[in-house]
Design a protein around this ligand. Structure first.
Ligand SMILES: [Zn+2]
Ligand SMILES: [Zn+2]
Ligand SMILES: [Zn+2]
Length: 126
């Protein structure tokens, strides 16, 4: 059987749907191996990066590592990540977007992008 890139992507997305924390490509690879999928580490890296580039997965930079997560929404949002267990909530707060607009007004810049990640202790870990 020829395993196309499309199938690999589907396989990765199916797995990511079951995870609500940010995980590394290495973690995805390990999980797929454990569940009996024969798929190379390089293939996982390439496909997961492709999914992130296409906006299918969100990314988070943690130390030197890039972590990935399938979010329930594709619209612009922020993340609140628990530093203890890694569980993640999506944050939609107009305050951040109003701040963005006021910076644009003040500087004359347009298309200002911002990335803002919040971290703390979730209710379970507090
Ligand atoms: Zn997200
Ligand atoms: Zn927690
Ligand atoms: Zn924002």
């Amino acid at each position: 059987m020829v395993r196309t890139s499309h199938n690999t992507r589907t396989m990765i997305m199916e797995y990511m749907k079951t995870i609500d924390t940010f995980i590394s490509a290495q973690d995805v690879y390990t999980a797929l191996q454990t569940s009996g999928k024969s798929i190379g580490l390089t293939t996982v890296y390439r496909n997961i990066q492709g999914l992130a580039n296409d906006g299918e997965l969100d990314t988070l930079q943690k130390d030197s590592e890039i972590l990935y997560r399938k979010c329930t929404t594709t619209t612009h949002h922020h993340h609140l990540v628990c530093v203890s267990c890694g569980s993640t909530q999506e944050i939609h707060d107009d305050l951040f977007e109003q701040w963005n607009t006021s910076i644009e007004k003040a500087t004359g810049y347009t298309n200002i992008h911002h990335q803002l990640e919040l971290s703390g202790l979730c209710e379970e870990c507090a």
